[in-house]
Write a protein that binds this ligand. Sequence first.
Ligand code: C5P
Length: 218
Amino acid sequence: MEIVTIDGPTSSGKNSVGFLLSQKLGYQYIDTGMIYRVGTYLVLTSNTALNDVAAIVNIFKSLNLRFQTDESELRIFNEDVDLTGFLHNQDVTQNVPIVAAIKEVREITKVVQRRLGESQNTVMTGRDIGSEIFPEAKYKFFLTAKVEIRAKRRFDQLIKINPTTSYETVLDDMIKRDKVDTEREVSPLRIPEGAIVIDNSNLNVEQSVEEALKHINA
Ligand code: C5P
């Protein structure tokens, strides 16, 4: 099986790039952030306390996930229930880093991710795919962009939902989130050994995919 890993910080465009790259290669696409988001959604809707590690671990142990690619979108099902539409609720986004920082949760999701990637040729995106989940992958990418540019991308999305959004606040939040992600004890965000770094500050999604394909076809 061939695995292409793409890691990177928030708003680096890794999910759009991963999706398009998977289509060009004819591989399945797995966005691992969705696994943490589904688990967090189930934690919140079952009123499980965020400090009840044993209960959270049980929720992750009982996940029965399936990914499905529609023409333009990746969907995720648990027990055949489509949860895709709930994953970007504000409470999920706010709490997913807390859940994703639990060591036992990451041990369970590692098994899930390995199984998914071993089943067929795959493009997998996340934070630690090239370092922890598939360190042996043939093609590893680290996608990034200047924080001001990533903040602008996020701002452009948020302003559509909330016209009072301020760019300065978005930038400030992103700098803080970068710090948490890179300094956390469990699986900190870092450039995986052997990964090709693509700074897409001045590239759109298609151009970033072309850049990745250049390395894959070389
Ligand atoms: O990529 P996305 O923003 O959907 O990921 C949601 C959250 O899940 C991240 O902020 C991070 O805390 C966590 N995550 C992770 N490891 C991954 C993918 C996501 O810790 N491989």
